[in-house]
Design a protein around this ligand. Structure first.
Ligand code: TXA
Ligand code: MG
Length: 343
């Protein structure tokens, strides 16, 4: 299969492909999704195959309006409605109880009695969903385990030959996946299962207390959100974090150079100016800024993982774990397999 890059003005081609049960990657503000008709079981099965994703990890259902959620779920609470009014379209996924287990193919939900819904903030993709007259599954359009794609080109690198096409909507401006909030315990406190650009504080401003479950599971533990148990986002080249508190960039570079390793660094120009003897540099942010670093984290990991650079190690800047820093550090820690440089 030859995978097509579909330009915005050719969107009808993407619509027709989705209607026929084919796979089309779509742009969103967070990362690119791998789209398929969520009500077409065969199509959804092919999504798992294309990604090489374990099929007990449920998918997010992408909608273009709140009305598209209603037929599937048992109830939309007042809090959930307030969140949708405030943050949709945007990087927030909400987990609801299903009306009955058969409303969506079980390949979408991983057999759970709940399902995840999100309205992405991207005009092209909203149009794609509307014109397809259905709702779309959309896991990140990467090969399972690799960093999520934030450009059409990243999707192409991972999935060329495996999917019908990629709708090219330019680079994603958030850069990491949506915040996932579990609203299924209707009398309990909603819990963040995956941190994202919309922070706990922003959610609490709208609905009051919100919990956070970002325990990174070891292989033997049973996951609360199935997606929590898989290693994610890692490039092939090992990643090491540089603690912003100790700031030992040069010590880290020197120690790897001593054992003849090729070192890439992901940081800002001010820091870079102070460093020497590294082999490659990626500008993660112009100034030390976590929102910008979040936008370029996955793109940078992919760039420095390029086999032409032949790096042995990638060093990446860290941020305090508050506000948006929680989501940034959640992804970076997974990419680095928790490894932080120690003198
Ligand atoms: O920003 C995003 O959310 C992107 C873009 C493309 O929209 N999509 C994305 O999808 O990240 P995916 O499939 O890579 O991640 C879905 C996450 C997984 O961690 C999964 O375990 C969780 O949502 N999830 C889905 N349904 C769930 C459910 N019923 N209960 C708990 N977690 C669920
Ligand atoms: Mg993913």
């Amino acid at each position: 299969m030859e995978t097509k890059i579909i330009r915005p003005q050719e969107i009808e081609e993407a619509v027709n492909a989705i209607k026929k049960g084919k796979l089309v990657s779509f742009p969103t503000e967070t990362v690119y999704g791998l789209g398929a008709d969520a009500t077409n079981e065969e199509a959804v099965k092919n999504v798992y195959l294309a990604k090489g994703r374990p099929s007990d990890n449920p998918l997010i259902v992408h909608v273009a309006s709140c009305e598209q959620v209603t037929p599937f779920v048992s109830n939309i609470s007042e809090k959930a409605q307030q969140l949708m009014d405030t943050f949709w379209p945007g990087p927030l996924t909400l987990i609801f109880n299903l009306k009955n287990a058969e409303t969506l193919p079980s390949v979408v939900t991983g057999g759970l009695e709940t399902a995840a819904f999100r309205m992405p903030n991207n005009e092209l993709t909203l149009q794609l969903i509307k014109e397809s007259k259905t709702v779309l599954v959309g896991p990140s359009a990467n090969t399972s385990g690799l960093p999520s794609p934030t450009t059409a080109d990243h999707v192409y690198q991972d999935l060329a030959g495996k999917i019908y096409g990629v709708l090219d909507g330019g680079a994603s401006f958030v850069g990491i996946e949506s915040t996932v909030l579990d609203m299924s315990q209707e009398n309990g406190v909603p819990v963040i299962l995956r941190p994202g650009a919309i922070t706990k504080e922003q959610l609490e401003e709208v609905i009051g207390e919100v919990g956070m479950d970002q325990h990174i599971l070891t292989e033997k533990e049973a996951p609360k959100a199935p997606g929590m148990k898989y290693k994610h986002y890692s490039p092939k080249t090992p990643v090491i974090m540089i603690d912003y508190k100790t700031d030992d960039w040069q010590e880290a570079i020197d120690s790897y150079k001593k054992s003849n390793k090729k070192v890439g660094i992901m940081t800002n120009p001010e820091k870079k100016k102070l460093l020497k003897n590294y082999d490659a540099y990626y500008e993660l942010s112009k100034k030390y800024d976590v929102v910008e670093a979040m936008r370029y984290l996955f793109a940078g990991l992919r760039k420095l993982d390029d086999s032409k650079l032949d790096l042995d190690i990638i060093l990446v800047e860290t941020y305090p774990e508050t506000g948006a820093g929680i989501a940034y550090m959640n992804r970076l820690k997974k990419a680095a397999n928790q490894k932080i440089f120690k003198k």
